[in-house]
Design a protein around this ligand. Structure first.
Ligand SMILES: NC(=O)c1ccc[n+]([C@@H]2O[C@H](COP(=O)([O-])OP(=O)(O)OC[C@H]3O[C@@H](n4cnc5c(N)ncnc54)[C@H](O)[C@@H]3O)[C@@H](O)[C@H]2O)c1
Length: 316
């Protein structure tokens, strides 16, 4: 494997890949040289000045692309040109156009891909899917009420795409996975007073309608200094089903039970990708085309308040 990007999430994948038989990480590129060198020491990978240089000099089986949202596009296109399967972290880009273009190239090249919608690999999400199939929700409420992550690019609109696209995309993905097709009816957002024009909105709300007839909303804020609440609630006949990354809570009033998530969803998603790279039947839960459907929804919500027509146009 080669890595494009050697930051937080790249190291998270390294920890998982180290637990899989027969996987070696042999190459890395990151413009932040100290990070790249730390990653190289950790994995034994050779360092490169850029992804083209890396792919010109290495014989890789696949690439992990773990860059900030605004840096997507060129790494994926170069991997596809070389016929290399790739794993790409969410979100697919800051905008829809970049991701649509890559999806077309992936389809034409028929390459295995995987994306970082790792909540799909939580055992509690599997259990919630069974509960919701038996008793579908009429109302869905998602929350990402958090502090800003410590990365330097995250608060910049042209680099992250904003909180709905960057973070709450996990919730849009769960809503699609567990309730089905949906559309964004309305969305709005607020900036901190005095924030400069390039900074993301610090609060955002979107209202949703599902093809099933259910309604919902996803709310996000990053004005806090601590992680307050990240999860999604489904209101069904006589029952609520609440998911966080840590647990599943089912509440029927007279009866209430909590199930703690077991296992490592990163390990499971990385194992599925490695199997697909090896040519086995793909068990990947969010290949590129599937992730694009979620990305379109998150971008449609953001477009409602960024003013972009049909997409979040934050480039240039
Ligand atoms: N699935 C998850 O739950 C999860 C968790 C954390 C991060 N992520 C996603 O992973 C992505 C990266 O997040 P992070 O926390 O690792 O950020 P990070 O800032 O820690 O790391 C990103 C790295 O990419 C490098 N980079 C930028 N442009 C590059 C380029 N053209 N080529 C090579 N490297 C480049 C940066 O220098 C940086 O070191 C984000 O999209 C984020 O949403 C997903």
């Amino acid at each position: 494997m080669g890595f494009v990007g050697a930051g937080y999430v790249a190291v998270r994948h390294v920890e998982s890949l180290a637990r899989l038989d027969g996987v070696r990480i042999t190459a890395v590129t990151d413009p932040r040289v100290e990070r790249m060198e730390r990653f190289a020491r950790l994995t034994g990978a050779r360092s490169y000045a850029g992804h083209e240089d890396m792919l010109d000099h290495e014989r890789l089986d696949a690439v992990y692309i773990c860059v900030p949202p605004g840096a997507h596009g060129a790494p994926e296109r170069t991997a596809i040109e070389r016929g290399l399967p790739f794993f790409v972290e969410k979100p697919l880009a800051c905008d829809v156009t970049t991701a649509e273009g890559i999806a077309e190239l992936v389809r034409d090249a028929a390459l295995p891909t995987a994306t970082g919608y790792h909540w799909r690999y939580l055992d509690t999400v599997e259990r919630a899917a069974e509960l919701l199939a038996d008793n579908p929700p009429l109302l869905v409420l998602g929350f990402w009420l958090d502090r800003p992550p410590g990365t330097d690019w995250w608060l910049r609109q042209d680099q992250s795409g904003g909180q709905l696209v960057e973070q709450a995309t996990h919730l849009f993905d769960l809503a699609r996975l567990l309730v089905g097709d949906l559309e964004v009816l309305h969305a709005d957002a607020a900036r901190l007073p005095g924030a400069d024009g390039g900074e993301i909105h610090r609060a955002a709300m979107s209202s949703l309608r599902f093809a099933s007839g259910a309604i919902g909303s996803i709310a996000a804020t990053c004005v806090l200094s601590h992680g307050y609440r990240m999860g999604i609630e489904f209101f069904c006949s006589g029952r609520t089903v609440t998911l966080s990354e840590r647990e599943l809570l089912v509440d029927e009033g007279v009866r209430r039970w909590v199930t703690t998530a077991q296992g490592d969803p990163f390990l499971r998603e990385d194992a599925d990708f490695v199997d697909a790279v090896r040519g086995g039947p793909s068990q990947v839960r969010a290949p590129y085309a599937e992730a694009l459907r979620t990305h379109r929804i998150a971008c449609a919500a953001a477009a409602a308040y960024t003013g972009a027509k049909g997409e979040v146009s934050v480039r240039g």
